[in-house]
Write a protein that binds this ligand. Sequence first.
Ligand SMILES: [Zn+2]
Length: 488
Amino acid sequence: MRLIIEARVEGDQASSAATEAATTIAVVERQDRSVADLGLTLAEGRALLAEVQSVLVSHQAAGWMADQLTCCCCGSVLAHKDSRSIVMRTVFGKVEMQSPRLWACSCGAKQGEPRRSVSPLSKVLPQRVTPELEYLQAKWAAHLPYQQATKLLQEVLPLDQGISFGSTRRRILAVGHALDAQIERNIVSSPKPEQGDHVRESTRVGCVSVDSAWLSFSSTPKNRKAARDLAELKSPWTKKITQERHVNIVAGRATFTDRTPHLYAYVHKQVPSAAARLDQFLHTSGVGPNERVTVISDDAGEFGKAVQNSGLARGRILDWFHIAMKFKAAENSVFGSAVIEPLQRDSVTTEIEHAKWLVWHGNVGKSVARIKALDALLMASKGYEFSTLWWNLRRLSCYIHNNNGTLVNYGARYHKGLPISSSIAESAVNLVVSHRMAKKQQMRWTDEGAHCLVQVRVAVLNGEFSVEGLAELTKMACANSSRLRQAA
Ligand SMILES: [Zn+2]
């Protein structure tokens, strides 16, 4: 048996010939009275879709062109100059279209000006890719490595020649830049934070926590090649070149009382102001100009400045998890220590515990004093100085002392039901960064590449990435670039 699929166009006034004849799109042959090879194969389905797309696009283009053959001012027919083909990339394949060039009408031209030609179709389709394909490429590249995302789409859609690893990467860069520009526009247009007595703690946002991650930096292709060559030679310098620097990504997450968490992320070097980014994020998360939020983070230095300069963040507190870990390290070294008598161990551990609870209740000064007193007492023990315990106690008291400004009464916060740990920020970093860009996958990133990808990934994870939104963004980016071209 043979299944013949035909296409017939109706009601297209532009091409009357097509109304009658039907074009064969596909012929599917199967063995008679057999259920072997049941249904269409993926390859047949792909070919069918590509063929249908090509028929539809060519009719649409021809129909549209029929209306462009006369001058829009005086109505006279425009002379045909020549025809070129343009390639449009769609989700159902690469479609070639004839784009005629016409001589522009002389009615609007000034005396002595050379004759101009116009290509209406090329002009109306400045982006040679449909928003849907752009959306699919960007969305899947936000979830999977570029190579895998490209292969996935090529496998299920008739896109063999339509997309490539390079185009997927370029797409992410373009979409990421467009999303980034939108955030920067938002920063300019969002209302300024208010000052005064009516400022209150935000009620809608449960907790905002921020953390950072480091990715391996990818240098230029030339440097990469040099590194590979050195690696082949097993040179001792290889390590130095590849571990030169890292890409620092900041990721944060806001949790709400009534909806799913909201994420944001950026590469530190790619944003003009980290504080403005934080404010924009808080603003889009629903923090009003008269509201404030407390941010929880670890003690990474560069983020502290962002909070200081932020208008909507009231302040930053060090998360309890990191503090507890430091105390744990000190307690562990008591057990392993050979310089302390077994009978003395319990009392030393208890002292450290007490110091920890002093921090928990916000008595930082007392806690530091207690650790220092313990340190002084242990000095009497032989071999204590420069032991692991000695180091850990010093590190602990320095850590608490240096972070004094960001320590609060954790006990009181805890009893009020307020968050005290940034573990949810670490999960935000995992969600945004690790699952897609992790070091485990041996990936290397440039600042720009990583920044653009996280913009897309955050938009996808926040559920704010759509075909319509992307079409709007691309239109805006196109208008901006043509405005820039005209200005230049
Ligand atoms: Zn005219």
